[in-house]
Design a protein around this ligand. Structure first.
Ligand code: 5GP
Length: 208
């Protein structure tokens, strides 16, 4: 069976990657979402086991020690990490899985999964990014300032990604991301078995 695609999405906070990924997942219910573990406190409306697995530092460090994380990073003073087991299960079952992780994590995953789809969500401008961060109102001014400073550094890493998605309008960005994933599914190197099956007289998706 064809393996699923690993879809890795990063972008500075305020670029709207949460919204874009959320809408993308709604429009493609067959794509799984990788729920990260984190030591940061839940924001209003966030649920354990839905948005994140909210852990204390000791529990997170236990996961690191037990090799349960594909990658982990410290972002703004908190740990964030990607549980490995679900990724392996989904890819093995032929299901695509989306990871919304920071640039450090994404670059570590890229070393292990160079065949993954790496997309970086960009704001249309830095001025717009600042506006969105301030308007969000979920974080203290000091946190906003830190995130803005980090954004410039993160955007420099965009060049390491296979694709960029400029989030001028959410629906455009979702459309771009969907097109990227559709094109990746059609790559020759992901479809060698399909080609063989057709050559051998079976149709696409059928056993030769
Ligand atoms: P937030 O606290 O706003 O939810 O996320 C802060 C940053 O951590 C974002 O850039 C987000 O993409 C990143 N992040 C979320 N989960 C993970 C993860 O599992 N691994 C890594 N490396 N970064 C993550």
């Amino acid at each position: 069976m064809r393996r699923g695609c690993l879809i890795v999405v990063s972008g500075p906070s305020g670029a709207g990657k949460g919204t874009v990924c959320g809408e993308f997942l709604r429009s493609c219910p067959e794509v799984a979402y990788s729920i990260s573990a984190t030591t940061r406190a839940p924001r209003e409306g966030e649920q354990d086991g839905v948005n994140y697995y909210f852990l204390d530092r000791a529990a997170f460090e236990r996961m690191i020690a037990d090799g349960e994380l594909l990658e982990w990073a410290e972002v703004y003073g908190n740990y964030y990490g990607t549980p490995l087991k679900k990724i392996e299960e989904k890819l093995e079952a032929g299901t695509d899985i989306l990871l919304e992780i920071d640039t450090q994590g994404a670059m570590n995953v890229k070393k292990k999964f160079p065949q993954g789809i790496y997309a970086f969500i960009l704001p249309p401008s830095m001025a717009e990014l600042e506006k969105r961060l301030r308007g969000r109102g979920t974080d203290a001014a000091e946190v906003v300032a830190r995130r803005l400073e980090a954004a410039a550094g993160e955007i420099a890493v965009a060049k390491e990604y296979g694709y960029i998605v400029v989030n001028d309008k959410v629906e455009n960005a979702v459309q771009t991301l969907s097109s990227i994933v559709a094109a990746e599914h059609a790559r020759t190197d992901r479809n060698l078995e399909t080609i063989e099956a057709i050559i051998n007289g079976a149709g696409a998706g059928e056993e030769a």
